[in-house]
Write a protein that binds this ligand. Structure first.
Ligand SMILES: [Zn+2]
Length: 126
């Protein structure tokens, strides 16, 4: 499955509650310490949830398993850091896609919501 986000690959995909959930990770499997340049070791992974472009009319949620790196040099002050991506900014809830502005009028792609409150046939009737 093509994701279209540079530097990311889809690891797994599933559907939950009508939403398409894609597990993604970066293709960068080796990195160096930003402070001392020693090759880092994988310390941990943390999931980050971000909303992406709808696919085939369904909402898409990306679960980015962000790598937490650790400097292999014991005396280095850097210790651990998490990887970054230009496509998913820190603390962002949306992916960075040119021309995609879900806040400004994408509501018309949503199905019309059912009448609310629903007319209840049994409420109050013994
Ligand atoms: Zn270091």
């Amino acid at each position: 499955m093509a994701l279209g986000l540079p530097g990311f690959v889809v690891v797994a995909a599933g559907e939950y509650g009508g939403e398409l959930e894609l597990l993604v990770e970066t293709t960068e499997s080796v990195t160096g310490c930003p402070r001392c340049g020693v090759v880092a070791t994988l310390h941990d992974r943390q999931p980050r949830w971000v909303r992406d472009l709808p696919a085939s009319g369904r909402p898409v949620v990306l679960v980015w398993f962000k790598r937490i790196w650790r400097c292999a040099e014991a005396r280095c002050a850097q210790r651990t850091w998490s990887e970054r991506s230009a496509a998913i900014r820190p603390r962002a809830v949306l992916t960075e896609r040119p021309g995609w502005r879900p806040a400004g009028g994408s509501a018309r792609t949503r199905p019309t919501s059912p009448r609310w409150p629903p007319t209840s046939a049994s409420a109050g009737a013994p």
